[in-house]
Write a protein that binds this ligand. Structure first.
Ligand code: ADE
Length: 352
C-alpha cells in the first residue's frame, strides 16, 4: 500500500499565475486529495444527482460537445468540488479550479477564460461572490463562447468579440438565493447537494479509513457517522481525531466505545452538534425567550459573523428540526425545547 501523508495543513494545491489550482499537480501526497473519489463509482451519496449527471455526461460524449454549465448549491463540505473533479475525470477533460474572491479584477477572469481548451471545465467556488464586472464578462462567454472586449482610447474606442473554446462552467455556492437571475439562468443543470444519511457517511468513513490504513470496526464507523452532521468533510476530519485517540488511549482500533469516548471529549453530542451550535440554541432560549430573534442580533450575541451562522450552522440545525427561520427571525422549535430541555436549563449541562 502507498505511504500516505495525512497532514491536513499540507498545501496540496499548487497555485498558478492565473489564480486557479491545477488538479494534475494537486494529486500529491496530501490527505484531502488522496481520499477524494475520482470516479462516480467511488463517489458515495447524492444518488439522484449522480444519475442526472451520468446521463448528461453520456449524452455530451455521444454528441461530442461539452456538458451544459452546471450549478451546485448547498451547505459547505458536501462535496461540490469533489463532484466537479469527478465530472472532469468522467469526461476525460482538464479542470481549472478557482473561487470568486480570487477573481477580483476583470483580467483575472479574462485570463482564465482565454487559457481554456475546448471541452475544459472551469470550476468557480463561491460563485455568488463574483463581482458585477466579472459576472458580465461571463455572460457571453457562457452563452456564445466569446469575450466582449474594448480596445483603443476614447474616440478610437472599439468593441471586439474574441471567440473562446467551448467549455463547461461548474459553479458552486452555499447561497443559491444570492445569485443574480441572469447568471443563474445561464446554467443548464442546477442541483442542490443534500446532507448525507448516516449509512452513506458510514461508507465514506470506511472508505477513508481503508485509504489511510486505519483499523475501524463497523460500529465505530457508525458512531462517527451519527455525529458528523450529514457532512463528509466533517466525517473525514473526525475519523482522524478518533484514530489519534485510539492510538493513544487503546489499541489503535476504532470501535464503538473508542469513537464515543473520543467524540465526547471533542464535545460533539449525539446529534452532531458542537459547542457553537449549542450556544446558538441556548442564546435563543435564554436571552430571547425561544425567539424569534433577528440574525444580526443573534450573531452579535454569539460572537460569530452572520454569514458563518447562515452558511455553516443554520442549515443543519434547520434540517434536524431544531431551528426555524421565520420572517421575524430565528425561532426554536418545540422539538429543540424537548430534546434539550429548554428554556431555562443550560443545554451544555443537559447533554453531558
Ligand atoms: N469523501 C468525501 N466525500 C466523499 C464521497 N461523496 N464519496 C466518497 N468519499 C468521499
Amino acid at each position: 500500500m502507498a505511504i500516505i501523508s495525512d497532514d491536513e495543513n499540507l498545501n496540496h494545491k499548487k497555485k498558478r499565475n492565473d489564480n486557479t489550482v491545477s488538479e494534475e499537480i494537486s494529486y500529491d501526497m496530501s490527505f484531502e486529495t488522496n481520499i477524494r473519489p475520482k470516479v462516480f463509482n467511488d463517489y458515495i451519496g447524492q444518488s439522484s444527482l449522480k444519475s442526472t449527471l451520468k446521463i448528461s455526461i453520456e449524452a455530451a460524449k455521444k454528441r461530442e460537445l461539452p456538458l451544459d454549465h452546471i450549478l451546485f448549491y448547498g451547505p459547505p463540505g458536501l462535496g461540490k468540488t469533489t463532484l466537479a473533479s469527478v465530472i472532469a475525470n468522467e469526461m476525460n477533460t482538464n479542470i481549472k479550479i478557482t473561487s470568486a474572491p480570487a477573481l477580483e479584477r476583470p483580467r483575472d477572469i479574462i485570463g482564465i477564460l482565454m487559457s481554456l481548451k475546448a471541452g475544459d471545465i472551469l470550476f468557480i467556488d463561491e460563485i455568488h461572490r463574483l463581482n458585477k464586472i466579472s459576472e458580465e464578462i461571463l455572460y457571453p462567454a457562457m452563452e456564445d463562447f466569446y469575450l466582449d472586449m474594448t480596445t483603443g482610447k476614447s474616440q478610437t474606442l472599439k468593441s471586439v468579440r474574441i471567440p473562446i473554446p467551448k467549455f463547461t462552467l461548474i459553479g458552486a455556492t452555499t447561497k443559491a438565493g444570492s445569485l443574480s437571475s441572469p447568471l443563474r439562468d445561464r446554467f443548464g443543470i442546477i442541483h442542490r447537494l443534500e446532507f448525507y444519511t448516516d449509512e452513506e457517511l458510514t461508507k465514506v468513513i470506511k472508505r477513508t479509513a481503508e485509504i489511510l490504513n486505519i483499523d475501524i470496526e463497523e460500529n465505530g464507523a457508525i458512531a462517527i457517522a451519527k455525529r458528523s452532521r450529514g457532512t463528509p468533510r466533517i466525517a473525514n476530519r473526525l475519523v482522524k481525531r478518533v484514530r489519534d485517540f485510539a492510538i493513544v488511549k487503546s489499541n489503535g482500533i476504532i470501535d464503538e466505545k473508542t469513537s464515543n469516548e473520543a467524540l465526547d471529549i471533542l464535545q460533539i453530542d449525539k446529534f452532531g452538534l458542537d459547542n457553537t451550535d449549542r450556544a446558538l440554541l441556548n442564546i435563543i432560549a435564554e436571552k430571547y425567550d425561544g425567539g424569534p430573534v433577528g440574525i444580526e442580533t443573534l450573531a452579535t450575541a454569539l460572537g460569530e459573523d452572520t454569514k458563518t451562522i447562515e452558511d455553516v450552522y443554520e442549515p443543519y440545525l434547520v434540517q434536524k428540526g431544531f431551528l426555524q427561520r421565520t420572517p421575524r427571525g430565528r425561532k426554536l422549535t418545540s422539538f429543540a425545547c424537548k430534546c434539550f430541555n429548554l428554556k431555562n436549563i443550560d443545554i451544555q449541562k443537559s447533554l453531558f
